[in-house]
Design a protein around this ligand. Structure first.
Ligand SMILES: [Cu+2]
Length: 344
């Protein structure tokens, strides 16, 4: 079998070589050289450019329509609307129009000014007007992106300042998350990595009484709607990244550091499940899951790890439940403090 494949390849190479010889010989008869392009070659190339452009644009718009319903729903956090606005302005008014215009011009000119043995190229060395145009327009566009980008960055990345905020610590390790709440005293206990052990998986400093009423939760954590949430992030082993796409939030979790991100959720999980776009999006997802023989799922806010942190990275996620303050307090009251868990 292998010999046959090898033989086929060798024969193919010989056939290709012979074909080239024939082309060379026929060119000899036509008294042109193989590197000299005829007008019909140029026409073929020019039309090819046009056809490519059309297929390229059709594919581009087809993709937008095809994957439209898999895009993230509208923001579930207050600051997220600013990020979305900036994204939309960037894409709809700058990136996509520039992409369409430049690619149209690129392929159209390749067609329109295709080689012709009767034409002579124009000598054109310099134009101040043109230089000005293609310097000023990109400069204005970039200035807009940078100024608004920096303005929103500073607002979004500012420290949490609301005295009524709720602080949740997210502890990352290969390959799961643990969320920690301050408990009754409202203060998170200090941590000490040297105390990490089987029963003290997040490395709480057991000598700090502030930590004794702290609450640890896995798989899912709850936050109330309309309150400022301060996330403090730690990592045990490698750099992870806490990614909350629906809240337009992401922050690296770095071993040896505490990083922070603040945001205010504006829609509860239930409200999001009733959103017409989310209903349509989930229907599309479940249709695909059905094809793959998987159970249907309902919408949940997710905390994902967005750093390729190891073999089970894909599995590193936690559900986030946003609910009314009342429901949140009921849920929190049911969670057991660390002390009780350790003595089990
Ligand atoms: Cu990770």
């Amino acid at each position: 079998m292998k010999l046959l494949v090898l033989l086929a390849i060798v024969l193919l190479i010989i056939a290709g070589h012979q074909l080239l010889r024939i082309i060379e010989l026929s060119r000899g008869l036509k008294k042109t050289k193989e590197w000299q392009l005829t007008n019909s070659d140029n026409n073929l190339m020019g039309r090819g450019m046009l056809i490519f452009m059309i297929l390229f644009f059709v594919f581009f718009f087809w993709q937008i329509l095809r994957w439209r319903e898999r895009a993230l729903p509208s923001s579930a956090s207050e600051h997220g609307f600013k990020i979305d606005w900036l994204w939309d302005v960037n894409m709809n008014y700058i990136v996509i129009p520039v992409f369409l215009i430049t690619n149209f011009v690129l392929f159209w000119f390749a067609y329109k000014y295709r080689g012709n043995t009767n034409n002579k190229a124009t000598f054109f060395a310099h134009s101040n007007k043109l230089e000005m145009l293609w310097t000023v327009i990109p400069a204005v566009a970039l200035a807009f992106i940078i100024i608004f980008g920096l303005k929103y960055w500073n607002e979004i990345m500012a420290d949490a300042s609301d005295p009524n905020r709720i602080t949740v610590e997210l502890y990352a390790k290969q390959f799961d998350w643990t969320a920690r709440y301050a408990g009754k005293d409202g203060k998170l206990g200090t941590t000490d990595y040297r105390q990490i052990s089987g029963s003290n998986s997040v490395g709480m400093d057991t000598s700090d009484v502030l930590g004794h009423d702290d609450i640890l939760v896995k798989n899912e954590f709850h936050i109330p709607v309309g309150r400022e949430i301060e996330l403090l992030m730690r990592s045990r082993d490698v750099i992870h990244s806490a990614y909350l796409p629906h809240f337009r939030a992401q922050m690296n979790c770095v071993p040896g550091l505490v990083t922070a991100f603040k945001f205010k959720p504006v829609k509860t999980t239930e409200e999001m499940r009733k959103d017409p776009y989310v209903i349509q999006m989930m229907a599309g997802i479940n249709k695909q899951r059905e094809k793959e023989g998987k159970e249907p799922v309902i919408f949940d806010y997710l905390l994902l790890c967005n750093k390729i942190c190891g073999a089970s990275h894909f599995n590193m996620q936690m559900n986030v439940v946003v609910e009314s303050e009342k429901d949140y307090n009921v849920w929190l009251a049911k969670q057991k403090p660390v002390k009780a868990m350790a003595s089990k």
